[in-house]
Write a new protein. Sequence first.
Length: 338
Amino acid sequence: MNAHLGSAVLSSATLTVQPIATGVNENHRLRLFSGSANLQLSQEVARYLGMDLGPMIRKRFADGEIYVQIQESIRGCDVYLIQPSCQPVNDHLMELLIMIDACRRASARQITAVLPYYGYARADRKTAGRESITAKLVANLITQAGANRVLAMDLHAAQIQGYFDIPFDHVYGSPVLLDYLTSKALHDIVVVSPDVGGVARARAFAKKLNDAPLAIIDKRRQAHNVAEVLNVIGDVKGKTAVLVDDMIDTGGTITEGAKLLREEGASQVYACATHAVFSPPAVERLSSGLFEEVIVTNTIPIPESDHFPQLVMLSVANLLGEAIWRIHEDTSLSSLFR
């Protein structure tokens, strides 16, 4: 069922999972709390699980310090804290750490940090001297705060899972995107990776999209958030090109890719990404007429001022809710993506 939000379309995930109508509230050990980063997504997850978000006080002192207090007993409970580390990244990350610490000191049995979007993930290795690996630093912070497990969606680099010495569950937004694209019955699809680093992601996406052919955009990055596109490897002429990435930040990479695909004769261009970071001037670039649709999920909230006619926003609440339930019940997560 779709609900229109401005010019965007918010659609629930049409996954092959059944909503959990009863039983969750009877299990006193499962507790769900939300940070302030994406309260609407957390409410949708709670609705899927058939429960309410736990009561919690969040406030700031005059100097900006964050205060958190859990408003119910969680002693011996399995607690899930939903908080994407989206803009403002530092505030939301710190809030998550304080939530984890509060739950640890309240004697929760197990604390799972649920990060629909894992910030600071782009610095996942050293590419030059005297750089910080912030993806590892964030992993250390979450672990030291007291989390027992992490659930995250579409990491920028899969190796980030190895930065944690606690169990890490990695889920993907691709089933939601694939269901939507399949419902549109597009013809002559070619899946395009916007850079060489995203080939594995695009190949997996293409395989599940009826083994669609794959194309790659050869790109040279001169600086952070600045991309120079060179050429397309593969045939896109007269085809419907689907650009696939994990996130859209300033939109430079994906819009330059779309321009090149148009020049190479692509009849239509769709952009798909799990995380809509949308740092300026992303909205201006994405709404310039290069794309038929820009398809993203609601891992990160998009303010109404950033909606534009081509934007389609899909909900991953059912997927996250099912993942939380399977973790709680000690059942398989991988079967969600087969």
